[in-house]
Design a protein around this ligand. Sequence first.
Ligand code: SF4
Length: 105
Amino acid sequence: MTHVIFDACVRDGACVEVCPVECIIPGMPEDEWPWYYIDPETCIDCGACVPECPVDAIRPEEDLPEDQAYTTELNALYFTEGPGYKGLEMVEKAEKEHGKKHDKK
Ligand code: SF4
């Protein structure tokens, strides 16, 4: 099991701060991967991220809204077919060069 971020995500980023295993990262490039994503291979299902989300966009996969079931696969795909943690390196590089433009806090 894993927790999943679904399409209500507004890229707030507060979830990242509380994750004990650092498995939540912002999707990059943002126009292709517009949410934050949870690595299902690393998530320990602790639930710490859930109350941090201002728009209630994180749920255990079994509690996703019916029309959001596809987002379980999408979160996993970010790490298997998409940029995954390489995307995080892109974020860090962009932050150094341009400030925290991806962070809407
Ligand atoms: Fe991280 Fe826990 Fe949320 Fe999984 S449930 S993404 S381990 S904070």
